[in-house]
Design a protein around this ligand. Structure first.
Ligand code: NAP
Ligand code: ZN
Length: 356
């Protein structure tokens, strides 16, 4: 086992503390990664603050990891020491179910292993995420970072990026399609950039009128303020696809009326309580789809990284040190993120020699 420094929360009401955690001794298929940056996803907060069922403590969040390979197991040929790599929301899956065989590890029938908050079959306890200085991951779940992508601004691609890329592709966003992104936060701003690069007409639906200017800068063609009944009424039956990234309980049914016949709304946000049921009558009358989606498979995540390199897409970030994490989370709750916090993991204090 090796040791790493980590930002850890001991229960749902606790503040972060710097702790030393253990990482497993690398097996033949493992890659040992010194972490440089980790994006701060709203899921980290939902989980660590016990807003979702099943939180395990102590909790070390973080699933938007970019770092460098410092050691490889004997069966690892794809990665070399010194190479820049990424790790997203999963670090393992069964590999043999129909979903895994189809490259849809995120829908593994036996449950994928989350980068944090999943049982750790190797050393017991549960997995610890990327708010730490190093991690050991099976090579099947390690991504290559294209040379042109900077480590800090590319980190959020590993969750926010793929969570939008996958449904945009699945529901065929592209030229001639009017695609709306609801919620201009970490996920949402990636959705705007990706949908624009795919050739769709992009509409941002925001509850924050002050974000309109940013929305256009990020690539939106139109902006709709969801709190304006007038604007919402005018936009009725104008959209083909809605990707909804809102992190709080809200009335997603209000957006269904914006869809044209055969339109689809895909729920991506996972609020602390279940949302109300759909308005079936409206859906029936317009042959609408209400769907949901989570992240993307590993091959698709690599495809997304390569797509981002090709189109020069990265996240708009604000880099924070370890001492700023609580403030960053508070700002995330207030919707005051422009548009992703990224933790510089080198600032996690303690003995510098601990990491691998
Ligand atoms: P975020 O950066 O905090 O952005 C969420 C956005 O939702 C806010 O910027 C805000 O946008 C909007 N919003 C927040 N509260 C609202 C309210 N009461 N009413 C209307 N809009 C509100 O969060 P994130 O990291 O993008 O994550 C968003 C959600 O996706 C979280 O629930 C997270 O857990 C979930 N998630 C899901 C997956 C998946 O695989 N499906 C992956 C990652 C994250 P405006 O100011 O523009 O309205
Ligand atoms: Zn995430």
């Amino acid at each position: 086992m090796t040791k790493a420094r980590a930002l850890s929360i001991k229960d749902k009401n606790a503040f972060f503390a710097t702790e030393v955690i253990e990482r497993r001794k690398p097996r033949a298929d493992d890659v040992v990664i010194d972490i440089d940056y980790c994006g701060v996803c709203h899921s980290d907060l939902h989980c660590a603050r016990g807003e979702w069922p099943g939180s395990l403590y102590p909790c070390v969040p973080g699933h938007e990891i970019i770092g460098r390979v410092v050691e490889t197991g004997t069966d690892v040929a794809r990665f070399k020491v010194g190479q820049r790599v990424g790790v997203g929301c999963m670090v393992d899956s069964c590999g043999v179910c129909d979903s895994c065989l189809a490259g849809l590890e995120q829908y593994c029938y036996n449950g994928n292993t989350g980068t944090y908050n999943s049982p750790d079959v190797h050393i017991g306890g549960h997995t610890f995420g990327g708010y730490s200085t190093s991690v050991v991951v099976d090579q099947r779940f390690v991504l290559s970072i294209p040379d042109t992508l900077p480590s800090d601004a590319a980190a959020p691609l590993l969750c926010a990026g793929i969570t939008l890329f996958s449904p945009l592709k699945h529901w065929r966003a592209g030229p001639g399609k009017r695609v709306a992104i609801v919620g201009l936060g970490g996920l949402g701003h990636m959705g705007v950039k990706l949908a624009r690069a795919m050739g769709a007409t992009v509409v941002v639906i925001t509850s924050s009128p002050a974000k309109a200017e940013d929305a256009f800068r990020l690539g939106a063609h139109e902006v709709l303020v969801s709190t304006s009944p007038d604007e919402m009424a005018k936009a009725a039956r104008t959209l083909d696809l809605i990707l909804n990234t809102v992190s709080a309980v809200h009335d997603y049914n209000a957006f269904m009326r914006l869809l044209r016949i055969d339109g689809a709304q895909v729920l991506l946000g996972i609020p602390p309580s279940e949302l109300a049921g759909p308005h079936v009558m409206r859906m029936v009358a317009n042959r609408l789809t209400l769907a949901a989606s989570t992240i993307g498979g590993i091959a698709e995540t690599q495809e997304m990284l390569d797509f981002c390199a090709q189109h020069a897409i990265v996240s708009d970030i604000e880099i924070i040190g370890a001492s700023q994490i609580e403030t960053a989370w508070e700002r995330m709750v207030q919707g005051d993120v422009r548009y992703r916090f990224v933790l510089d993991t080198k600032t996690i204090g303690g003995e510098p020699s601990l990491s691998s």
